[in-house]
Ligand binder design. Structure first.
Ligand SMILES: *[C@@H]1O[C@H](CO)[C@@H](O)[C@H](O)[C@H]1NC(C)=O
Length: 313
């Protein structure tokens, strides 16, 4: 701690938030609060259903439950503080709070991006190699892909934060955002940060851009394969895939825009960052899971079991 206070005199940052109007902030408070509750309830429901329902013990559902777990973590990294900040006039965050927020946002964000790729590999194997699916997606491969997602997230965030925690902050500490976003924090440092900005653009920017392109490619491959088999299946697949592509675009689009081009920041950036910090964790369960018939059936079974045990006790 002594070392840190020697090099940096800024002990807290000031966030300008989404709006300066009191009424609009109360409105944002209500909206964000409701969305956050929905994120927690929806994603927890999915994790619990998959863990407790034997019908859902297949790779696809394990991936979906793990995606929900990532969504829970990703949205909890900053959102609770953001929500309580809407009711505060002066929104401050300590140096430690800021660094922790960025570490976890990129940890879970990077992990989620890699998990989406792992899920695409799983779906690709199921659709394009159905006869070999069981051998391709063995328990070992499944566990390996899950661990790899966590590892990618950890390496991704560590490689950026190692340089960020060492930055000296000596004066300006006001950020036009509602949480600590890496490119904005780096700009506040009182030293030359060109190389670090470049690193972030290469690291975060390329990770999001690369994952996005891979996902689009996998969707196209799957669609082409399904089309060859039957026309009716392909129209159903098209509607499912277009929903996926919408969510994936909402998640990756803003991230690519903000991180791949960190040198010019726009005031729309903070509104765009709402998408990957809170909108995607909210939409993921709806698009990927709750539309799924088998998942709905499992949730019914679960609630029925629960009612029975509750009534008989
Ligand atoms: C993630 O997937 C694994 C299967 O490898 C499963 O055992 C675990 O319960 C899943 N995690 C969550 C939080 O659902």
């Amino acid at each position: 701690m002594d070392l840190l206070t020697n090099t940096s005199s800024v002990s807290e940052f000031i966030l300008l938030g989404l709006s300066s109007s009191q009424e609009i902030q109360i409105l944002f408070f209500a909206i964000f609060f409701l969305i956050y509750v929905a994120i927690i309830v929806g994603n927890l429901l999915i994790v619990i259903s998959v863990i407790f329902d034997n019908h859902l013990h297949s790779p696809m559902y394990f991936f979906l439950a793990n995606l929900s777990f990532f969504d829970l973590c990703l949205s909890s990294a900053a959102t609770p503080k953001v929500i309580s900040d809407f009711l505060r006039k002066r929104k401050t965050i300590s140096w430690w709070g800021c660094m922790t927020q960025m570490f976890f946002m990129h940890f879970f964000g990077g992990g989620e991006m890699s998990l989406l790729i792992a899920m695409a590999i799983d779906r690709y194997a199921a659709i394009c190699r159905p006869l070999h699916y069981k051998t391709i997606m063995s328990h070992k491969v499944l566990t390996g892909l899950l661990l790899l997602s966590w590892a990618v997230g950890l390496m991704h965030t560590t490689s950026q934060m190692v340089f960020t925690v060492g930055l000296p902050f000596c004066g300006p500490n006001v950020m036009d955002s509602f949480f600590c976003d890496l490119p904005l924090v780096i700009k506040l440092a009182c030293t030359e940060t060109y190389n670090l900005q470049l690193l972030v653009a290469m690291n975060s920017g390329l990770l999001s851009l690369g994952c996005f392109l891979l996902l689009l490619m996998s969707y196209i491959l799957m669609l082409v394969t399904i089309r060859q088999h039957s026309f009716s299946a392909s129209s159903k697949a098209l509607s499912t895939l277009s929903a996926h592509i919408t969510v994936v675009t909402l998640f990756f689009g803003p991230a690519i825009f903000i991180y791949a081009f960190p040198f010019n920041s726009y005031s729309v950036d903070k509104f765009l960052s709402i998408f990957y910090s809170i909108i995607t964790p909210f939409l993921n369960p709806i698009i990927y899971t709750l539309r799924n018939q088998e998942m709905k059936a499992a949730m019914k079974r679960l609630s029925r079991q629960h009612m029975v045990s509750w009534l008989t006790h």
